[in-house]
Write a protein that binds this ligand. Sequence first.
Ligand SMILES: CC(C)(COP(=O)(O)OP(=O)(O)OC[C@H]1O[C@@H](n2cnc3c(N)ncnc32)[C@H](O)[C@@H]1OP(=O)(O)O)[C@@H](O)C(=O)NCCC(=O)NCCS
Length: 156
Amino acid sequence: MATNQSLNHFHIRTIEKRDEKRIWEIRNHPEIRKQAFRSEEIPFSFHRIWFNQRLALDRAKFFVLEKTGPEMLIVGYCRYKPIPQAYEISIAIDPTYHQQGLGSKLMNETPSRVPKRKIIARVKIANKKSKDFFEKNGFSLTRTFSDHYELIKQDT
Ligand SMILES: CC(C)(COP(=O)(O)OP(=O)(O)OC[C@H]1O[C@@H](n2cnc3c(N)ncnc32)[C@H](O)[C@@H]1OP(=O)(O)O)[C@@H](O)C(=O)NCCC(=O)NCCS
């Protein structure tokens, strides 16, 4: 079980160009693909275009969680996509590091780093684990669509 002390071995920073390949690895992990709306593998060439657009347009709202020390490694990322009067959040932790409080750390420590707006999460119906995760972290279920849940956190 991760302790507050071991969580201190992970720090949050905004995305950099050098993170391109590691973010691709996490996005393409089979367990992460399964939970995404489009589950097919992402070719690196497609990822590169997406990643460079994100760097150019919303770098300040795209964060990585990095393990510090000699084996420095990005273990997850979180992105706040601006939409009218809100952000849509996208968060993923490398499955090797799940269930250690890392997703919660990233989720709770990043909203204060972006201008205040409500945050919307969209979670596939089959992704019960993530729905629970958002609810435990202060989101409320607002709507259920045929393929996904919409959850909102008002006060950020
Ligand atoms: C959703 C996601 C980011 C959660 O990441 P995570 O790092 O596993 O999250 P946490 O560890 O903070 O919380 C998950 C569980 O671990 C528990 N936990 C928290 N701290 C813990 C600790 N120190 N030790 C053990 N378990 C802990 C939490 O209570 C929670 O328990 P639950 O499964 O009973 O609800 C991750 O599952 C993921 O990447 N999913 C795929 C992508 C996705 O679906 N994203 C959401 C849509 S954008």
